[in-house]
Design a protein around this ligand. Structure first.
Ligand SMILES: [Zn+2]
Length: 282
């Protein structure tokens, strides 16, 4: 009995914020969430079909050096969707918080994180939606007074994200961080283009690589892709790259598991492993 309990405990301790939120949200559901490919038996953590589970090769958080934190505000059923990519951020970044968004219910735990002096929160959202007086960062993100950046990601469909942005007054006091996808293919990216052709690098381009979700805007990126761009803006290039590669691994395996025509990167696993090996040798 005791060993069963300790087994559960050890599984629970391995879980990150998004895994735990998923368990919590699932416990609130009276019916099973019907995702595409619902008959597939999934891994409870990465949410891929068991045959394509990527948990064993997930990044080791101990080896990640980062000052950055992320706070995922997840729209209702978002955390139940196997295609959600917010969990990939939590796989990599130890200080990732995840909360269900509510328009009306006050969440003290969430507010405590936002008010914690060690963080400088930023809302990651397109600058077009900022009011005139809102501070907007579009280049390098720098924190003052020794604070660490905490990026608030509004995780849901585009329509849901806009709703969360408009109807969360407690976020209004924080500056926005916004990026222009075109900037990520500027001159200093030129050498990478050569590597990209050789399949060595993640093809970070103007458009999202995530074709699993149909989006209204061509420049609309998945949550993990956006997080990678934001990491780059804080100067954490290695972490940004690793998250990109990890996203590619997930994307490729996900498409395998739902049996659709796979538009993911066939070199995803190889690229990811190569990057990890290279990092180890440094
Ligand atoms: Zn798994």
């Amino acid at each position: 009995m005791l060993s069963l309990l300790s087994l559960f405990l050890s599984i629970y301790l391995c879980m990150h914020a998004v895994h735990r939120l998923h368990q919590f949200r699932k416990s609130l559901s009276t019916t099973t969430y019907k995702a595409r490919g619902q008959r597939v038996i999934r891994c409870d953590l990465c949410r891929l079909a068991r045959a394509y589970c990527i948990c064993a090769i997930a990044p080791e958080q101990d080896s990640i050096s980062t000052k950055t934190g992320f706070l995922l505000l997840m729209y209702d059923t978002e955390v139940l969707k196997p295609s959600n990519t917010g969990k990939l951020i939590a796989d990599l970044i130890p200080d990732t918080f995840a909360f269900l968004w509510s328009r009306t219910t006050r969440n003290d735990e969430l507010l405590a994180v936002l008010n914690d002096e060690k963080w400088q929160p930023f809302v990651v959202f397109p600058k077009e939606y900022a009011d005139e007086n809102r501070q907007v960062h579009t280049g390098k993100v720098v924190c003052n007074g020794g604070k660490r950046p905490l990026f608030i990601m509004l995780d849901g469909s585009w329509r849901e994200a806009k709703k969360m942005f408009r109807k969360s007054p407690y976020l209004d006091r924080f500056p926005l961080v916004s990026f222009d996808p075109k900037l990520f293919l500027s001159e200093d990216e030129q050498p990478n283009k050569v590597l990209m052709k050789e399949g060595m690098l993640t093809p970070v381009g103007e458009n999202s690589r995530y074709t699993v979700r149909k989006t209204a805007l061509e420049h609309q990126f998945s949550t993990a892709e956006v997080a990678a761009r934001v990491l780059e803006m804080t100067g954490e290039k290695d972490n940004a790259h690793l998250l990109d590669l990890w996203f590619d691994v997930f994307n490729y395996q996900y498409q395998k598991s739902v049996c659709q025509r796979n538009k993911g990167n066939v070199n995803a696993l190889e690229n990811y492993q190569a990057f990890l090996n290279e990092k180890e040798c440094k």
